[in-house]
Design a protein around this ligand. Structure first.
Ligand code: TYM
Length: 331
């Protein structure tokens, strides 16, 4: 692993799926690699879905996404944290890539199909979404991409784009691979079924108001066969037990599973434990977020610095790409 890049959309509140599936790995890899770990708030991607994009909110959401990542443990003085639109070479490279990407490949992307199905009119940007994502990664020649499982298909397309470019124009890009969190590749929503996602509205926010989180945890479905307190349960059929291992130590989960099986503990008591463990895990992040809200210049300075560093790499790659694809140069 030489260089890491990942991106997160500023489309609303960052949820525990984003955190467990991706951000915890940003932090871990950032500690290992320092500046060679690049993390990008992908504001141009946030424009591709009209159901999620709001002009008045984009700047604030971009700031908030950066703030949450820093609060979660990314150190902007060590890693490179920046905003996609501050490095315009991403969109420039993505145009080059659109020419070597078959439209059919893009139409087959499941995320495209899901999102397009909900829209009356589909913008071309939504179809091109994974091409811009490939540019985000390849402009830094990153070989490792921490993401959730839902991004595997986009990553495969990035690899194909890299291969095709290398074949047509000479060896330039590595083929990047996904880096998953084995403990949380796909965090379910609070219904326990669909993937947790902002667009489905089945999320628990990383910094959500505790009262509102408790309301959601209180309503998590337990094993449907368990009606009375004295009924034995099957933890495998309980959504509460899907979430518990994300926050509670292994031994505690095992003990509670056993208690659940022999009806030794009520559902509400387990939910209370889940809530306490969630709060324990997120409290330090909440405290840092509070501090950052009082000190917004720390976030903004970090982003400015990050964009400067990212741009140096991106400009060098674009220079190389312009030469390889045969553009007229004046100097
Ligand atoms: P976004 O903002 O939708 O998601 C950010 C990250 O969170 C992961 N994730 C999940 N992981 C586990 N369980 C879940 N329920 C869950 N929901 C979301 C996503 O996999 C992602 O890693 N297309 C990217 C943004 C992007 C990008 C890039 C990523 C743009 N350019 C370049 C990597 C490299 C996305 O889905 O963002």
């Amino acid at each position: 692993m030489k260089r890491v890049l990942s991106g997160i959309q500023p489309t609303g509140e960052i949820h525990i799926g984003n955190w467990l599936g991706a951000i915890v790995n940003y932090v871990e890899l950032g500690r290992k690699l320092g500046r060679e770990a690049l993390y990008c708030i992908v504001d141009y991607h946030a424009m591709t879905n009209p159901l999620a994009y709001e002009k008045e909110l984009l700047a604030q959401r971009t700031f908030e996404a950066a703030l949450v990542n820093i609060a979660a443990g990314l150190d902007p003085e060590k890693v490179t944290l920046f905003v996609q639109s501050h490095v315009p070479e991403h969109t420039e490279l993505s145009w080059v890539f659109t020419n070597i990407t078959p439209v059919g490949d893009l139409q087959r992307m499941t995320q495209y199909k899901d999102k397009a199905a909900k829209l009356e009119s589909v913008g071309a940007g939504l179809l091109m979404y994974p091409v811009l994502q490939a540019a985000d990664i390849l402009i830094y020649k990153a070989d490792t991409v921490p993401v959730g499982e839902d991004q595997i298909q986009h990553l495969e397309l990035s690899r194909e784009i890299a291969r095709r470019f290398n074949t047509l124009f000479g060896e330039t890009f590595p083929e990047p691979t996904a880096y998953l969190n084995p403990d949380a590749p796909r965090v379910p929503g609070i219904d326990g079924k669909a993937k947790m996602s902002k667009s489905t509205g089945n999320t628990i926010g990383l910094l959500e108001d505790p009262q509102s989180v408790w309301e959601k945890i209180r309503l998590l479905p337990d094993d449907p066969a368990r009606i009375r307190l004295a009924d034995p349960g099957d933890p495998e059929r309980s959504v509460v037990f899907k979430f518990l291992p994300y926050f509670a130590p292994k031994e505690m989960v095992e003990v509670l599973k056993e208690e659940h099986r022999r009806a030794g503990i009520g559902t509400l008591a387990i939910k209370q434990i889940l809530f306490d463990q969630y709060m324990k895990a997120t409290r330090p992040i909440r405290e840092r977020a509070e501090w950052l809200r009082q000190n917004p210049e720390y976030v903004l300075d970090g982003l400015e610095d990050g964009a400067r560093r990212a741009r140096q790499i991106a400009q060098a790659t674009m220079q190389e790409v312009r030469e390889k694809i045969g553009l007229l140069r004046l100097e």
